[in-house]
Write a new protein. Structure first.
Length: 320
């Protein structure tokens, strides 16, 4: 069996699968009849034709792949892409990244296309109508409007979404101290359709910061704990550089390298990263703890402009 770490991960319709590193010898390695790319997913060689390797995606144990058994193509540029619409028919996961240009906040809509149940992570008040319209247009039912933590730079949209989309319940970490319908603690699961997000306590930016880990799609929503090539500041609320460092190293960098990480903000136009990239290139979190604390103590960032409005509003989950 060939392990996944020998192969560059590539994106197939939002999920990562094994790719082929450049080089003939690696290509030959792929021509083994069966490649185990994780303990959950297998690729099987189907045939080779016109410099194209046809492979079969096959579920081993995860429910999301219960029906997933489809033809892919591995092209000469060493990227896997979908060939057959069969995958889409059987691929029930919906994912959309939304953005607020004022606070540079990302909101994530996730849904099970079969059951229509959807969750929204880190909605922004000013975009509640946009988000509700999208959810209605694509025919989903929002069951949870959830926050990664009590934000200081914008007012959450959870309260407004509850009134725009009746039946929606708000979620936040118990340690945030904020009001919500559901309070999560480390290890709790949030289920929508056949999918589950797992809450991992990642304090440091605030006490109540949660990272939502989505093992079925090899994703994690890191809130402000880990930003792309950065991290959340630790100079207000219950900020602690040491706790943030431990959270990232113990709960995020321990995820498989190919997991895609989605932060709550980006200020440079980037959209996502991976565990492997951040372990290698994060200019703060690749340092020792002492060096990290020194960096964080000297960021000298101005306070978020909205903090005096956002914190009181977010303490009641946007109902103010
Ligand atoms: N200028 C923005 C706030 C920018 C900021 O402080 N971002 C926070 C996350 S939102 S509380 C942060 O942790 N930044 C870390 C960094 O390194 O930039 C505003 O005025 O709202």
């Amino acid at each position: 069996m060939t392990r996944m770490d020998k192969y560059s991960p590539v994106n197939v319709d939002g999920a990562y699968f094994a790719g082929v590193p450049a080089g003939e010898s690696d290509l030959h390695a792929l021509l083994r009849p069966q490649i185990l790319i994780s303990n959950k997913i297998e690729l099987k060689l189907s045939c080779v034709k016109n410099n194209t390797i046809f492979i079969m995606l096959q579920k081993v144990s995860l429910p999301m792949y219960k029906f997933a058994k489809s033809l892919c193509v591995l092209n000469k540029a060493h990227h896997v892409r979908l060939l057959s619409s069969a995958v889409n028919q059987e691929h029930n996961f919906f994912f959309r990244q939304l953005f607020d240009t004022v606070s540079s906040t990302y909101t994530y809509l996730l849904a099970d296309k079969r059951t229509k149940e959807a969750v929204l992570i880190d909605p922004v008040l000013e975009h509640a109508e946009r988000d509700a319209t999208l959810i209605n247009e694509v025919g989903f039912k929002l069951i949870y409007a959830m926050n990664t933590h009590m934000h200081a730079d914008h007012v959450t949209g959870t309260g407004k979404l509850k009134s725009l989309l009746p039946g929606t319940r708000s979620i936040i970490g118990k340690a945030s101290g904020a009001q919500a319908d559901i309070h999560l603690v480390d290890g709790d699961l949030v289920t929508f359709g056949e999918y589950q997000l797992q809450a991992a306590a990642t304090p440091g930016h605030t006490n109540g910061c949660l990272t939502y880990i989505f093992n079925q799609q090899s994703m994690a929503f890191t809130g402000d704990t880990l930003l792309i090539r950065g991290c959340g500041r630790t100079d207000f609320q219950e900020g602690s550089s040491e706790r943030l460092y431990q959270s990232v190293h113990n709960r995020i960098f321990t995820l498989p390298d190919h997991y895609t990480l989605y932060p709550a903000h980006d200020y440079k136009g980037q959209t996502a990263t991976t565990v492997a990239e951040e372990k290698k290139y994060n200019p703060r979190l690749t340092k020792t703890l002492q060096e990290f604390i020194h960096i964080m103590d000297n960021l000298n960032l101005p306070y978020p402009k909205m903090i005096d409005k956002a914190l009181p509003a977010n303490r009641v989950c946007g109902l103010y």
